[in-house]
Design a protein around this ligand. Sequence first.
Ligand code: FES
Length: 63
Amino acid sequence: MFKFVCNQLSRLGVPMNRMFVSLVRRMHCGMGKCCRCNIGSTYTCVDGPVFDYWSVMNLKEAI
Ligand code: FES
């Protein structure tokens, strides 16, 4: 869903660093202890859970 909405916003001229997505659904413990929310070396609970779209695009399997 994020991918399609952000692509449409991008076509309308919204810069990628001005679009924000929440990856809160990936979180489990929310404290950086369970290691279940990581995307590569990025922990959703510690580093987010809200990221700009530009950052999320570079995270494999984030959206
Ligand atoms: S939610 Fe458990 S480590 Fe991020």
